[in-house]
Design a protein around this ligand. Structure first.
Ligand code: SAH
Length: 237
């Protein structure tokens, strides 16, 4: 029987059987597909998607399906690992690249965090905030097992951002909000960008914000489907 999640059919849970070599093949195929489909363009994002093992960020019972274009449920309330294409969809317009200071709201599985770490490289900084304690624990374990030790992982309400390391060159919100939380706009560096799913007229639009001095430019990229932002600036805000 197929489960349904947010419009995507989720295949049934099962014990993992695939070996690492099989996943590597599937990962390379997925990267080629995302390039062909026009989602994946920059070399650094391509390299990151080839090097991070997505299967290590997925609960065991869905591990074999790691490279399907499906979001899978994670431990915690309403957390999912997004579809593979959604990472270049967010990171390409942000222009995420080497040396940047990156803030993520919604750590989820930790997969997007690992990709960002690979993309910004040793001179960059990655901060990620997760509101759900169970999801936070899951992601922190995945990232530690994958060997990432230089990330700033915060358990709390990401709507408030993380002023300690602000401003950020790139901010990515991976949960849908009614409005972009003002503290996050505040924490964008001049010349920096923020990307977020924003609920508008009953649908979600992926919105890209670019800040130049005090000027804010706002562009809608496409329609998307994400879980709702919680906390002080959550969907009721
Ligand atoms: N980037 C993640 C996507 C996770 S889904 C991944 O691909 O794995 C969205 C996540 O945002 C969920 O884990 C949810 O718990 C978290 N979230 C929702 N509201 C939040 C808030 N105010 N602060 C931080 N995290 C939040």
């Amino acid at each position: 029987m197929e489960g349904k999640m947010r419009g995507w059919p989720v295949p049934p849970p099962k014990q993992p059987t695939k070996r690492r070599e099989q996943f590597i093949k599937e990962r390379r195929k997925k990267v080629r597909e995302l390039i062909r489909q026009g989602y994946l363009k920059s070399e650094r994002i391509k390299e990151a998607m080839l090097s991070v093992a997505r299967e290590d960020f997925i609960p065991d019972v869905y591990r074999d399906y790691a490279y399907l274009e499906v979001p899978f449920p994670l431990p915690g309330t309403e957390a999912t690992i997004s579809c593979p294409h959604s990472y270049p969809l967010l990171y390409e317009p942000l222009g995420l690249t080497a040396g940047q200071r990156f803030l993520e709201i919604g750590l989820g599985s930790g997969y997007g965090t690992a990709l960002a770490r690979e993309i910004v490289g040793p001179k960059g900084l990655v901060v990620s905030i997760e509101i759900d304690p169970l999801t936070f624990e899951f992601a922190a374990r995945n990232l530690k097992n994958a060997g990432y030790t230089d990330l700033i992982l915060v358990q709390g309400d990401g709507g408030r951002g993380y002023p300690k390391f602000a401003p950020y060159d790139s901010i990515c919100i991976t949960a849908a909000c009614m409005d972009i939380p003002p503290p996050l706009i505040e924490q964008i560096a001049s010349g920096g960008k923020l990307i977020a799913p924003v609920i508008e007229h009953g649908t979600q639009n992926l919105v890209l914000i670019q800040k130049t001095g005090k000027r804010i430019e706002r562009n809608v990229i496409c329609e998307v489907l994400y879980v709702s932002l919680r906390g002080e600036y959550g969907a009721g805000y």
